[in-house]
Design a protein around this ligand. Sequence first.
Ligand SMILES: C[S@@+](CC[C@H](N)C(=O)[O-])C[C@H]1O[C@@H](n2cnc3c(N)ncnc32)[C@H](O)[C@@H]1O
Length: 386
Amino acid sequence: MIAKTIYGLEETLSQELQRLGAKDVEIHNRAVSFVGDKGFMYKANLCLRTALRVLVPIETITVYNEKSLYEAIQSIDWEKYMDVNDTLAIDTVLNSEQFTHSQYVSQKAKDAIVDQFRAKHNVRPDVDLDKPTIRIHLHIFHDVCTVSLDSSGESLHKRGYRDKTNLAPINEVLAAGLVILSGWDKRTNFIDPMCGSGTILIEAALYANNIPPGYFREDFGFMRWHKFMPFDEELWDTIFDAAVNKITNHEQKIIGGELSPNVAKKAKENIKLAKVDDVVSIRNCDMKDFEVPSGRGVVIINPPYGERMVKDNIEELYKMMGDTFKQKFAGYNCWILSSNMEAFKHVGLRPTRKITLFNGQLECKFQKYEIYEGTKKIHKLEGRKD
Ligand SMILES: C[S@@+](CC[C@H](N)C(=O)[O-])C[C@H]1O[C@@H](n2cnc3c(N)ncnc32)[C@H](O)[C@@H]1O
C-alpha cells in the first residue's frame, strides 16, 4: 500500500507506520509505501495522523500517449473491482512529459472503464465525485502509471470534527505533523498563542490522549468496496474498538490564545466538537499578554505570513513573538511555521532547528527556538549575519 502525505512529513509518517506494525516501510516523495493486510488498511486509515490517503495499488501499466493510456486502462478487468451499477471517480497525479493535464487523463481513463462495461452490458457505470463505490487513483511518473484504489475516499485531513467555517485553518495532517515533529512529550504544557480555529491544539489533544484521528469520521472509501477487499464490518468494528480502548485521559495543559474574539469563539466551538474541551482551553488575548503557566512545555505558532499585512506590521509581529518567547517562555521549546523568510529574521533569536514543510502551495520553514532560563544572552541576535 501507499500512504500519501505532505512534503516534509514522510519520515514522521514512516515512523507512525512502523509503530502501527506495517512491514517493508519505504519512504518516497510525499508518500510512504508499506505492506499490510485488510485489517491493517483499516487501522492505517483510522490511526495515521500524518497520512492524507491510503492507496492500494492494483496494476502498473506503461503509457506513452492518450491512445496507449486508454488501451492500458481497458486491459484491466474492472469487473474485479466494481459492478456496472456501481459508481466511480478518478484522481490523477502527473509527473510526466507526455501528459500535462490531470483532469484530461482522468477523463480518458474514465472513458476506457465505462466503455469496457458498455461493451459487455450495454449500460455504463456512472461517475460520482463525492462518494463513489470505487475511487481510482492514477499516478503517472514519466511513462509508468500506477493504478490504485483509494481506500480513504475523502482526504484523511477531513477528520470530521470541524464545523464548516470561513476561516482558512491549517491542514489537520500538517498540524498533527507539527505536533509530532516538535517532539512534545504529551505530558508538559502545550501552547498555541495564535490558535485561529484551534487546529493545532485539537491535533495535540488527540495525539496526547491516543484518540485516533479518524475517530469522528463516519465514512471511508473502503466501506463501499464489495468485490475487491470487500468491506468486513466485523473486522472494522474490532479494529475500531481496539483503537478506542487505547484512548487515555491525561491531564496536560493545552492552551490557546487568539486576538480576535470571533475567531476565539470559533476555536472554542471546534474544541467542543472534537470532544477535547476537557483538556484544551482558549483565551481571547494578544500573545504579548499571554499568561504562561509555570513549568516546561512546547509552543507552536502558525502566525500570519504577511500576505495581507503591511511590511512594518509583519516585522513588528515577528519581533513581538521573539521578545515574548524571551520574556515569558523560559523552559519552553518554541516553534514557528512560516513561509516569510524575511519576517523570520525579526524574531531575533537563533533557531536550533529548521525543517522544510509545505503549507498548501507555500514552502515554509518550521523553526525551533529553545528558550533557557538565564541564558538569554546566547540567543540574542547580536553579531548574527545570516
Ligand atoms: C494563520 S492564523 C492561525 C490559523 C490556525 N493555525 C488554524 O488552524 O486555524 C493566525 C492567527 O493569529 C491571530 N493573531 C494575529 N496576531 C495575534 C496576536 N498578536 N496575538 C494573538 N493572536 C494573533 C490571528 O487572528 C489569526 O487567527
